[in-house]
Design a protein around this ligand. Structure first.
Ligand code: HEC
Ligand code: HEC
Ligand code: HEC
Ligand code: HEC
Ligand code: HEC
Length: 193
């Protein structure tokens, strides 16, 4: 009698256990997937710096601060001394600028939260894209209009390949830049070195 009950329980439960385990796996898989490719990710930053104000209204060139973008893999985020070119004077009494000056005087790096990222096993190089006049907007959206930067595009393998295969669909200024543009590579070793 007892043995029979046990068999019965296991027969009913096993599929439920397997189903629950599969469900849990699927949910965590997709949750972490969404996080890695965080469209909409827009963390609050240690200083309320606005791209809309500086790059939009004041028209400061992206490269004034993102000095690596034409020369190297990384665009790089500016250190406080670039800000201090102006903020020793500009709005020096405002609370957010007081914070900035404190970082600068103490020689501490500002811990800007990183937004866009590909995994370490992916090779991405800003300069090869930017030097072919592929505008930042194609990958980062209209940063000039952002008070706080948010990720607006997906940075998955599919997203890279879609543009490499069909640049005319993904590069908004394609007509202007196509003259000196090759197609982006599709072979695995180009991006996984
Ligand atoms: C005056 C300096 C300055 C200028 C000009 C500037 N940026 Fe930035 N940018 C920053 C700082 C500081 C951060 C880090 C804080 C943040 O995310 O807002 C940043 C962050 C970013 C990020 C997010 C980086 C990440 O973590 O993924 C992108 C993308 C970006 N900038 C694009 C642009 C583009 C495009 C332009 C030109 C239209 C531009 N920036 C002009 C200072 C600047
Ligand atoms: C080329 C000059 C210049 C550079 C470089 C610059 N700023 Fe500014 N920033 C200004 C000016 C001018 C204002 C005031 C604009 C206004 O209120 O109309 C301002 C305003 C601000 C404000 C708003 C202050 C307030 O509360 O009114 C913050 C915060 C700020 N900047 C942070 C930064 C940071 C951080 C950096 C470096 C990543 C930076 N700025 C680089 C010129 C600059
Ligand atoms: C072809 C797509 C593409 C274009 C064009 C592009 N970016 Fe990026 N950007 C990326 C990717 C992908 C990452 C993440 C790189 C990584 O994790 O190594 C990134 C990261 C960044 C970062 C943060 C990390 C870093 O490299 O410092 C900044 C800042 C940035 N981009 C600014 C810019 C600016 C400014 C421009 C235009 C001058 C630009 N990007 C053009 C795809 C692009
Ligand atoms: C908006 C279009 C676009 C997007 C998005 C894009 N690329 Fe490219 N990429 C290009 C084009 C066009 C070229 C070829 C440029 C040339 O040589 O004329 C290229 C070239 C490359 C190269 C070859 C040059 C080199 O560095 O060896 C690599 C690698 C590369 N891209 C990686 C990536 C990765 C990784 C991503 C995604 C995170 C990505 N790209 C997203 C358009 C794009
Ligand atoms: C244009 C650049 C590019 C090329 C070419 C490319 N990959 Fe990727 N690959 C990526 C990026 C970016 C990621 C990271 C995706 C993410 O974070 O979601 C990735 C992720 C992966 C992963 C990890 C699993 C995943 O989907 O996240 C594998 C495995 C992989 N690639 C295999 C390949 C193989 C095999 C090829 C050749 C057939 C290839 N890749 C060609 C850019 C590329």
């Amino acid at each position: 009698m007892k043995k029979h009950l046990l068999d019965y329980n296991l027969k009913v439960r096993l599929p439920i256990i397997v189903f629950t385990a599969l469900l849990a796996f699927t949910v965590t898989y997709y949750a972490s997937y969404a996080e890695r490719n965080g469209i909409g990710y827009s963390p609050e930053q240690p200083i309320k710096y606005s791209h809309k104000l500086h790059a939009g209204d004041m028209r400061i060139d992206c490269k004034y601060c993102h000095i690596g973008v034409e020369k190297s893999r990384v665009a790089s985020v500016p250190s406080a001394d670039i800000c201090m070119n102006c903020h020793t004077v500009a709005r020096a009494d405002r609370p957010e600028i007081v914070k900035l000056i404190k970082y600068y005087n103490e020689g501490k790096p500002i811990e800007w939260k990183r937004i866009h990222r590909v995994p370490d096993f992916v090779y991405f190089n800003h300069s090869v894209h930017v030097n072919k006049n592929i505008d930042c907007v194609n990958c980062h959206g209209d940063v000039k209009q952002m008070e706080q930067v948010a990720q607006v595009n997906s940075f998955t393998m599919g997203a890279c390949l879609t543009c490499h295969r069909n640049p005319e669909q993904k590069i908004f200024n394609y007509e202007q830049v196509k003259g000196n543009l090759k197609k982006g590579p599709e072979n695995c070793a180009a991006c996984h070195r």
